[in-house]
Ligand binder design. Sequence first.
Ligand code: FSO
Ligand code: SF4
Length: 546
Amino acid sequence: MKDLNMFCYQCQETAGCSGCTVKGVCGKTPEVARMQDLLVYVTKGLSEVTTKLRAEGKIISKEVNHLITLNLFTTITNANFDFDVFVDRVNKTLDVKKEMIEQLNSKENLGEAAMWDERELSVMEEKAKKVGVLATEDEDVRSLRELTIYGLKGLSAYSKHANMLYHDSEEVDAFLQEALYKTTQDLSVDELIELVLATGGAGVKGMALLDGANTDTFGNPEITEVNIGVRNNPAILISGHDLSDLKALLEQTKGTGVDVYTHSEMLPANYYPEFKKYDNLVGNYGNAWWKQKEEFESFNGPILMTTNCIVPPKDSYKDRLYTTGSAGYPGCKHFPGEAGSTKDFSAIIEHAKKCPPPTQIEDGTLVGGFAHNQVISLADQIVEAVNTGAIKKFVVMAGCDGRHKSRDYYADFAKALPQDAVIMTAGCAKYRYNKLGLGDINGIPRVLDAGQCNDSYSLAVIAMKLQEVFGLEDINELPIVFNIAWYEQKAVIVLLSLLYLGVKNIHLGPTLPAFLSPNVVDVLVKNFGIAGIGTVEDDIELFFNN
Ligand code: FSO
Ligand code: SF4
């Protein structure tokens, strides 16, 4: 086992549904995979130090909190492929860790990850081989530790977006660091299960923090028809999840003759009142992340990746691909800028001016904007539709899209739904069925898109509101079923958050995570009724005729 080139099993597309050991299916090289492992390791060490400093009553600065969340975020699937970035972040983390150890009154009993400090690249690379996932031998302990770490990675992503909008939660950061530290300790399986559930609790707080940051800054999403065609101007395509980057880009492109289009997870930005003020935000171009090879080519202009999901670019558009924040790709220009600084996007704007307008690939509009505030304002209409039997069931189909053929299931499932079922969605999973023309029920669209994957929080708020309106004791008595698609680690924190809120019988597909050991799957099945997916026919039967 220890001679493997790399080992990563954090996403749904992992090789053979068990682990990438030669090269990532995502395109991640073994060198990058190992340096990511080392970054997670030193971040665990720093988290031990910050946790102990807090216990001594010391204050941890926002800069340190942000360093930790950005470290984890850069290791999320498809965020960053740049080896040098990981080496830099390891070095930076070691610098900060060294300073913080100095501040500890009691320096005894620090763990190995907290103590480790080597700057020679060859020594770092040797260490990286020994601190990855397989360093934990017991399969169940490994599974629960990694489940926690992947949840924390997702939580870091959401925290980072909130931080960029000047919203911080010391409570969430302190939890995140303590939990990360705990993954280095000798906890029992029961204690680890508790840690996993507590991570879900922090996930709810993290998503609420981001929801507050987004709505305070950009207003509440509202029902919106989003144009999916193109205009005849040069343009920039912005992808990923970071709304603060979109705001800065729109400000800087104002009056330049350069249009801006959203891609994949940036689509929901079109639903916010603040972004509707910009005439040069034209609409959404294309589909989910994995179609970018074709869509970035036909877009013709430069593309700004603000987060994952990057697919290793084709040469035909690599010189048009720019990154910022957690995102990175070797050879592509990166725009730096932390919370509180203004990023300078002039290079991409100048580049756009020299490019032809996008080639149209679709036309028409998409309807979205069904986040909690908008849906709750329609509560009377929805309750009436439920009471009259016009709506019989809500089907939460949130989560991610991906490349595998097996994901055709989600389009087929959406098509096969009874006409009195309404889909509630968030995340890029929606692209499997948001252009199928599924119609409406008494004016309520049958696909209610709340937004990005983090806006799954909205779906939980809506469910809790409906529970209250219908006077139900338990959220599971609602006419809602959960058929969620996952791909990367943000979906893990969404799942853990739903479990924390007491949601049972979630179906997760297209395959169950490789990082769940058979015993951990058993625990999830027994306590939460978690299940995989079957055939469309069987699942329709199960969800609607039982
Ligand atoms: Fe999708 Fe990628 Fe939002 Fe993920 S674009 S897959 S769960 O990054 O974060 O839904
Ligand atoms: Fe493999 Fe996914 Fe890890 Fe990439 S992120 S190396 S595809 S498991």
